[in-house]
Design a protein around this ligand. Structure first.
Ligand SMILES: C[S@@+](CC[C@H](N)C(=O)[O-])C[C@H]1O[C@@H](n2cnc3c(N)ncnc32)[C@H](O)[C@@H]1O
Length: 249
């Protein structure tokens, strides 16, 4: 995996999109009253991302550009996403995603879902409504040549799962989650969501930075419900990557 932090000027970023290069020129030439930059941004950037930057990655041989925003914590790439992406890329024989059904919860910028899609999975990337625009933007921008086009859907932990994701038609081989455990009040709903989607045969891969006692408490709760094992540790970022499956007895 390669990562290059690329703090480009907004003008460069806006005009970098090939389909917008004409747009940039004509907009800049035809408007003189107000700042050109703002007019360019209005033409293409998701509304969620008023302040943005782009991060560049290469996973499984494919260049990925992730648009981030300071507007929402779900619109930046967290260390768990880097760890899980790296792990999926490096462990394709152990966890072969080709043609597998994959659900990502709390997908944020979509990096992990994009990597899973590059590796050949049928991906459903989910998050809160306010994150979906930036998530969709990143997913569509980075997966148009992939075999299976990913789907982006709203999924609020613990809400409407039976209605929106009935188990009769929604069985996933893998549930992916990165840095979904941090200081928030939805941990019970998160665990309930993991329990709901983890059916016999499903593998939950969860990568998280461990900082607070609540992180360890969640791990304990998870281990009370599932068979769990630590697959990898990333000491430089305090990230642990765990596998959880339905308890067999
Ligand atoms: C710390 S961010 C991690 C984002 C991404 N997985 C990553 O690692 O870069 C936590 C993510 O969980 C999502 N989230 C938080 N509470 C949620 C809830 N109740 N239901 C669904 N998603 C939620 C946030 O919108 C955000 O995208």
């Amino acid at each position: 995996m390669q990562r290059a932090t690329d703090c480009q000027a907004v003008e460069e970023a806006a005009c970098e999109e090939p389909s917008d290069s004409e747009n940039c020129t004509s907009t800049a030439e035809s408007n003189s009253d107000s700042p050109v930059i703002l007019k360019i941004l209005q033409n293409w950037t998701p509304t969620v991302s008023h302040y943005f930057d782009k991060e560049h990655y290469t996973y499984a041989g494919q260049h990925i550009v992730i648009q981030e925003s300071i507007e929402h914590y779900g619109a930046v790439v967290w260390p768990g996403a880097l760890a899980l992406s790296q792990y999926l890329e490096s462990n394709q024989e152990r966890f072969n995603l080709k043609d597998k059904k994959v659900l990502e919860i709390g997908a944020g910028t979509g990096l992990v879902s994009i990597v899973a899609s590059i590796l050949g999975a049928y991906v459903t990337a989910t998050d809160l409504p306010e994150v979906l625009e930036n998530l969709s933007f990143n997913i569509s921008r980075n997966t148009h040549t992939n075999t299976h086009k990913p789907e982006v859907r709203k999924l609020v932990w613990g809400e409407g799962l039976n209605e929106d994701f009935p188990l009769s038609t929604h069985h996933y081989d893998f549930i992916l989650a990165s840095d979904v455990v941090y200081h928030h009040t939805a941990l019970d709903a998160l665990l309930a969501t993991m329990v709901y989607f983890c059916q016999p045969g499903t593998v939950l891969l969860w990568a998280n930075k461990f900082r607070f006692s609540t992180d360890y408490e969640f791990l304990e709760q998870l281990s009370n419900v599932f068979d769990t094992s630590i697959l990898a540790e990333f000491p430089e970022s305090n990230v642990k990557l765990l596998k959880a499956t339905v308890r067999e007895n």
